[in-house]
Design a binder for this molecule. Structure first.
Ligand code: HMS
Length: 254
């Protein structure tokens, strides 16, 4: 679309919107519309509430502090992600930012998370990825600082993750580099320790990702204290597989 037409079209859209409220489809012809839907409905209302609740759950379980960490969800060719540096006490569903898979802001007045490039890299390289969570949860971070992967030392670890929690090479914050480092080591657990940094979780849904973030910190804590207190031995691989399959096929209300 010629730039003059673009400007005329924006002008038409804004006049139309102000007069009639928000019925305008965004992002027509890959058109990067950065204005938000004033007075009308935001995109992805249901997903915004789901993502908001996910952030509150991370805070409730003490996996994030103040502004650390972030959650995103993939919705077709869009990703809804936390705005950067907004304290959880001030976060609102309408603050979440919609970006496309190249990181262009589709809807949102706030800057998207500093980890957006990493989240997008994971969505583009892991076809099962539907939600991504980054935390600085304390005991998982202790293992990341010690530059050690977490062995399978207990049944809870085997149930949910079914494998040792791998450790990435060091990668700087804010670039795709963390995404590349995660894809190199991530396994069926979807949980990874970021060397000297924290945690990255990839889930098949927001619920799945939140559950893994919560259980990772639980097993990281137990494994850390067990390793301090003695020399715990990992569970045998076939028992780990048995527990993992049992948990993923029979546990709960399945
Ligand atoms: O770890 C870091 C920065 O070092 C970030 O992941 C964390 O502060 C969260 O950043 P955002 O608020 O999501 O931009």
């Amino acid at each position: 679309m010629r730039s003059t037409d673009r400007l005329l079209f924006i002008d038409f859209l804004l006049k139309f919107e102000n007069k009639n409220g928000t019925v305008i489809p965004c992002c027509v012809d890959n058109f990067d519309c950065t204005f938000t839907h004033k007075g009308g409905k935001s995109m992805y209302e249901k997903e915004r509430k789901e993502l908001y609740n996910a952030h509150l759950l991370l805070e409730k379980y003490g996996l994030v502090a103040y502004t650390s960490g972030n959650v995103s969800v993939r919705i077709g060719d869009h990703v809804l992600i936390k705005p950067s540096g907004v304290p959880y006490t001030e976060l609102k569903p309408e603050d979440f930012v919609v970006v496309d898979l190249e990181g262009n802001v589709i809807e949102g007045e706030k800057k998207p998370s500093v980890d957006t490039a990493t989240h997008l890299y994971l969505y583009k390289h892991l076809d099962w990825a539907k939600s991504v969570i980054h935390t600085h949860s304390t005991f998982a971070m202790v293992w990341a600082i010690l530059e050690k992967s977490i062995p399978v030392l207990c049944t809870a670890h085997a149930d949910v993750f079914g494998e040792e929690i791998p450790l990435t090479e060091y990668a700087p914050v804010g670039s795709e580099a963390i995404g590349k480092a995660v894809v190199k080591v991530i396994g069926k657990s979807g949980a990874v320790l970021l060397r000297k940094h924290g945690v990255m979780i990839v889930g098949t849904s927001v619920d799945d990702a939140v559950k893994k973030a919560i259980f990772l910190e639980e097993v990281a804590k137990a494994a850390y204290f067990a390793t301090l207190a003695g020399k715990p031995t990992p569970l045998p691989p076939d028992e780990v597989d048995h527990l993992y399959n049992q948990y993923h096929t029979k546990y709960g209300q399945k």
